[in-house]
Ligand binder design. Sequence first.
Ligand code: AQP
Length: 334
Amino acid sequence: MPDDKKIIFSGIQPSGFVTLGNYLGALNNWTKLQHQYNCLYCIADLHTITVRQDPEKFRKAERELLMQYIAVGLDPELNIMYYQSHVPQHAELSWVLSCFTYMGELQRMTQFKEKSQKYSDNINSGLFMYPVLMAADILLYQTDLVPVGEDQRQHLELARDLAERFNKIYGDVFKIPEAYIGKVGARVMALQNPSKKMSKSDENRNNTIAIMDPPDVIMSKFKKAVTDSDNEVRYSVEEKPGVSNLLNIYCAVTGYTIEQAEKEFQGKGYGDFKKSVAEAVIANLEPVQKRFAELKNNKDYIESVIKNNTERASKLADRTLSKVYKKVGFMPRV
Ligand code: AQP
């Protein structure tokens, strides 16, 4: 990777079908960063097992997520895209960092509290340790910038605190990462319940658009999307959350401003509006779906990407981990 560019790190969990939310909030924005930065994007499978997964479905989601990274336009030569579990340094650094993390810090994490409620039958210690693993993910690559949504800010703060704590004891080992403040990606809400975000793991499939949903399915899900009763296409998150969500989606895929979109649908009913949103999404996803279908038939290429990118990630990860091991006083390997 060229030394003169800043390092960006992010990832997505292979916890289900990649949604339009993941696409508009993350993936699609990542493609715009690849020439300006050195980007690492992991497929965060170690994080994913903090919630129980069906192994077959999980493996399929993992396989497809890498192809989706490529299909949306992330170049595997420019970016490093790899499976987190293939680079054991993540887990190794996570252990070391856990010995520098206080229980109280983890107990304060909002995501832990929320997920403990959501998965109350499986509050495992991995769920508790999730932010430490995330800190290891970031610090392992001497990351400069992390594109994070509001929900991950607290975790990034912890990563910064841990890096500073470690550096204070052992000298300059980790770079202190910052949040990437770029053009904010759209926050996409659930179609049937626009007060909560669209999520891969949502059991109600009508809440989510998967980026690989066929056009007729996308159309039908948008037609069923919740709106309101006053039949006016106007943006107001408080008064009209459903319509506003659809407007956000429409603008994200067409590049129109909200004002332009409101004008376009002035005097038109919700039926026409929803159909236009669906058509715009279908058109935007068409090349992605086409490329994905091609990649599915190109197993050798995908394997070469996995091999090559894992090696690149491992090499970088090893630099940091070796330094950490030396600093804490572990016996050198012979
Ligand atoms: N609805 C959304 N709108 C905008 N951005 C979103 N992201 C997720 N949902 C939306 C962004 O996608 C990336 C994926 O992060 P993740 O897989 O680590 O977990 P997540 O944020 O918890 O995503 P999901 O889809 O909601 O997964 P589950 O259901 O497994 O929890 C992040 O960059 C996120 O901001």
